[in-house]
Design a protein. Structure first.
Length: 329
C-alpha cells in the first residue's frame, strides 16, 4: 500500500479539502456507530463495515456528475452516504425499522435510491458487475452522457462473470468505470493466496480496457484518477479500470474476529496511511484550517450520526401488512 505522505503541495482549495474531510469522517463515524448498535443487538444479520476505505468512494464521487450511476457490493453504507443518501434512512434500515430506506425490509445489503442513482447493495459476490454494465448500456442507448461506477472487491475480481462483462463492455464501448476496491482480503483470504497476479487491473489488457493503480488512501489521487476514467468513458472510448489499493480496518463482517492477520498489520496502516488523517494533515500544514475548525467539523458530524442513531431506534418496526407490499408476485 502506498504511504500517506504527499511530497508536493496539492493544488486544492481549503473548501474542497474540508468537504472531503467531512464526507470521509461522516462515513467513519457512521460505521463506528453501526458497529456499536450491532454490538447492542439493535442491528441483526450481516453488516460489513467500510472503515479504512473512505477515500475510495469520496474521491470517486468528487469525480462524478449529476446523473451518473453507482452500484456496489454488500459493503455499501459508505457509497450510500457519499452519494447523498440520508444517514437516518440508512441507519434505520440497518435496525430494520419503518423509517429505513427499504422500509426496514432490506437491511444492510439491500438499499437503493432512484433519486441518487444508487443501484445497491448486492450480496452475491460479483453480481453487481454485469448489472453495472447493463446500467451503462442503458446510458449509451439513451445517449444521455451518463457514466456508471461499478465497484467490486479483489475477491470478486476472480469471478468468471467479471470477464464476460469486460468482454461485452469493451465490445460495445460501454461508459462504465470498473472500480476494483482492492482491500487485500476476501473474507479471511489474503490477496496473495487467492490471486495469480499482484495487480488485477492488468487483466483488462486482454480485452483492450485501459486501467491503472490508484492509491486508495489518498482522496486527491482517487479523485484525479476518477476524473481521467470518467473523461475516457464520456468521450465514448468505452470502459476504464481503476484498481484502488485500500485496506479495511475491521473484520470482513461484524461476525469476523479477523484472526488471519496481526493487530500490528492493521495498526501500521492506521498510523502510516489513514485517509482521514492524511487530509487532516493537509488542512493543518497548509494552514487551511485550525485545530478548532476541525473540532467544529468533528462535532457537526457526531451530531448528524447521533441523530441518525436516535432515529433508527425510535422509528417503529414495520407493520405486519408491509409483508404484502413491494413484492412482484
Ligand atoms: C457468489 C458468492 N460466493 C461466495 C460468497 C461468500 N462471500 C461473501 S463476501 C466474500 C469475499 C469477497 O471479497 P472481496 O470481493 O475482496 O470484497 P470485500 O469483502 O473485501 O469488500 C465471499 C467469498 C458470496 N456472497 N457470493
Ligand atoms: Mg477484498
Amino acid at each position: 500500500m502506498a504511504a500517506r505522505k504527499t511530497t508536493k503541495k496539492p493544488n486544492v482549495s481549503a473548501e474542497e479539502l474540508k468537504t472531503y474531510y467531512r464526507e470521509m469522517l461522516l462515513i467513519r463515524r457512521f460505521e463506528e456507530k453501526a458497529g456499536q448498535l450491532y454490538g447492542m443487538g439493535l442491528i441483526g444479520g450481516f453488516c460489513h463495515l467500510y472503515i479504512g476505505q473512505e477515500a475510495v468512494v469520496v474521491g470517486l464521487e468528487a469525480a462524478a456528475q449529476d446523473g451518473d450511476k453507482r452500484i456496489t457490493s454488500y459493503r455499501d453504507h459508505g457509497h450510500m452516504l457519499a452519494c447523498g443518501m440520508d444517514p437516518g434512512g440508512v441507519m434505520a434500515e440497518l435496525t430494520g425499522r419503518e423509517g429505513g430506506l427499504s422500509k426496514g425490509k432490506g437491511g444492510s445489503m439491500h438499499m437503493f435510491s432512484k433519486e441518487k442513482h444508487f443501484y445497491g447493495g448486492h450480496g452475491i459476490v460479483g453480481a453487481q458487475v454485469p448489472l453495472g454494465a447493463g446500467l451503462a448500456f442503458a446510458d449509451k442507448y439513451k445517449e444521455n452522457g451518463g457514466v456508471t461506477f461499478t465497484y467490486f472487491g479483489d475477491g470478486a475480481a476472480n469471478q468468471g462473470q467479471v470477464y464476460e462483462t469486460f468482454n461485452m463492455a469493451a465490445l460495445w464501448d460501454l461508459p462504465v468505470v470498473f472500480v476494483i476496491e482492492n482491500n487485500q482480503y476476501a473474507m479471511g483470504t489474503a490477496q496473495a493466496r487467492s490471486t495469480s497476479s499482484p495487480d488485477i487491473y492488468v487483466r483488462g489488457e486482454a480485452f483492450g480496457i485501459p486501467g491503472e493503480i490508484v492509491n486508495g488512501m489518498d482522496v486527491l489521487a482517487v479523485k484525479a484518477a476518477g476524473e481521467k476514467a470518467v473523461a475516457h468513458c464520456r468521450a465514448g472510448k468505452g470502459p476504464y479500470i481503476l484498481e484502488v489499493k485500500t485496506y479495511r480496518y475491521r473484520g470482513h463482517s461484524m461476525s469476523d474476529p479477523a484472526k488471519y492477520r496481526t493487530r500490528e498489520e492493521v495498526q501500521k496502516v492506521r498510523e502510516q496511511s489513514d485517509p482521514i488523517e492524511h487530509v487532516r494533515e493537509l488542512l493543518l500544514t497548509g494552514k487551511h484550517a485550525t485545530e478548532d475548525d476541525l473540532k467544529a467539523i468533528d462535532k457537526e458530524i457526531k451530531e448528524i450520526v447521533n441523530q441518525a442513531a436516535e432515529f433508527s431506534k425510535e422509528s417503529p418496526e414495520p407493520a405486519v401488512e408491509e409483508l404484502w407490499t413491494d413484492i412482484y408476485a
